[in-house]
Design a protein around this ligand. Structure first.
Ligand SMILES: [Zn+2]
Length: 183
């Protein structure tokens, strides 16, 4: 059976993949927040999961279930916490979720974990969760963790094409051209 979705595998199939193929595990992280009148609340998690699935298919990786709640939406890059539907977690909750996930993947024998972020405000809390999870796993762990924002991989050529007047920066791209096009 060939699927990139970890949660569609039995534990035995998952264990076999980890032991024989050492696949990178991609962990999408999103948010549940307003994305204007035209995009779904779960845009950040849907996009990070979709990018993760495409990447996993190319490199023989597996995608773990998305962490679907993100850190609080900020007025300069997400609109703020006053919108109905925006549902955010405290920093400690997000840090704890990532920390636990990192520790568990280390215990499984995973050697490469990629945290694929889709929500601007999550960034430093993901770093903290990874740091604490690796500390929990201990110095003998084989696990290496990479954190990235999927939008870092927009090429200058693409940005020049999409924004002929000049790219305003990712902080202003909430629910705007890039996310709308990708959704
Ligand atoms: Zn978004």
């Amino acid at each position: 059976m060939s699927t990139v979705w970890m949660n569609q595998l039995s534990w035995l199939d998952y264990q076999s993949r980890i032991q024989h193929d050492q696949p990178p595990i991609l962990l999408p992280v999103g948010a549940l927040e307003q994305h204007g009148p035209h995009l779904p609340l779960g845009t950040d998690g849907l996009l990070s999961a979709s990018v993760a699935a495409d990447a996993a298919a190319r490199v023989g990786g597996l995608v773990a279930p998305t962490l679907s709640y993100g850190y609080k939406s900020q007025p300069k890059c997400g609109g703020g916490q006053h919108f109905c539907g925006t549902t955010s977690v405290d920093a400690a909750t997000l840090i704890g979720s990532v920390r636990d996930a990192v520790r568990e993947f280390a215990r499984h024998g995973v050697t490469k974990l990629v945290v694929v972020n889709g929500h601007y405000e999550n960034q430093w809390f993901l770093i903290e969760g990874i740091d604490l999870g690796l500390r929990d796993a201990g110095p003998a762990t084989q696990l290496e963790v990479m954190r990235l924002e999927y939008w870092d991989f927009m090429t200058p050529d693409t940005l020049a094409d999409v924004f002929p007047q000049g790219f305003p920066g990712f902080a202003l791209e909430h629910a705007a051209v890039l996310e709308t096009s990708m959704m």
